[in-house]
Design a protein around this ligand. Sequence first.
Ligand code: DOR
Length: 380
Amino acid sequence: MEHRSETSGAIQILPGFVDLHVHFRDPGFSFKETIASGCAAARAGGYAAVCAMPNLNPPPDTLAHLQPQLDLIARDAGAGTTAVPVGAITRGRRGEGELSDMEALAPYVCGFSDDGTGIADGSLMRRAMERAAALQKPIISHCEEKSLLNGGYIHDGAYARAHGHRGICGASEWLPLARDLELARQTGCEYHVCHVSAKESVTLIRQAKQSGVRVTAETAPHYLLLADEDLEEDGRFKMNPPLRAKEDRAALLAGLADGTIDCVATDHAPHTREEKSKGLAGSAFGIVGLETAFPLLYTYLVKPGKLTLETLLTRMAHTPRRLLETWTGRAFPGEYGWDLHARWVIDPDKFCSKGRATPFAGWEVWGQVQPKNRDERRTP
Ligand code: DOR
């Protein structure tokens, strides 16, 4: 059986989670997060392993550019949580131009992504998929059609219209996704969709899976628990893709329940207080999530009966771990003691992450990693 859990008093042993999508900002932007602070946040959230996205300086597009990140991970990750780099698809992670040195990177990365930037040129994406397929690595795709962004920064819906904001339509996500699913079918490449936010994307992924495309997908806690009607005029509600409509949230939850959405990732994306202090229009895109993901989903999906604990553990631990193990040929064991009877209020000032921006500040949640597990992962 996949779900190993046992209770000792109020403490339950849960499998260490695996997050396929975090931003640890090191090298290049260590004022936002370091490998050390990011891994401390991951431990506080019960994670055994995380995949660190390549929007770094230098971006990991050659072995020489990857090496500083590998060195930082070896030096600073600490016990308990492993950080695995994601290599860039293109040189400079620009979403255009030449492909990265995928062959040289492949032994050290779990897959390839230009996360944060979409790849507009279909022929470039096709070549990336052909090379990734030959290397038996996934393309981990940030689906975003730039020409449809319209200068937007929140969902193109009721809240944007009512408050005079510029909106990003769902098609900016699902149009490139539809193209990529066809390319994945043609090339046989394993294709993982990042931060799914739109209901049409869920339908496309479900259909592609049924027709045999090698596609997996993730969404994040904020897309499952919030919608654009929950927006406040505050940068901590801003991320890309944006919080969408209630119908999108419902489709994501249905997709999570039926396995169309394979994993919950956090898209943990720390920025400085200053960068997040400029309202919805001016703040940087991105919120933190590692320290709150499980307690939020346990409290607001599992406890009210919208999702079983077993399904949540499958989406946060078993499936992403299996994917990461397949992609790397490495093992990522680990488990954490949780007190599921512990109730607490989310206070960003207590985060291990350097990032403080979360739309969930002040929310009451159940479930806390045992203090003794925070700095040391339990191994089976
Ligand atoms: O909100 C986001 N922040 N979305 C992304 O795709 C990138 C990320 C970041 O790096 O801050």
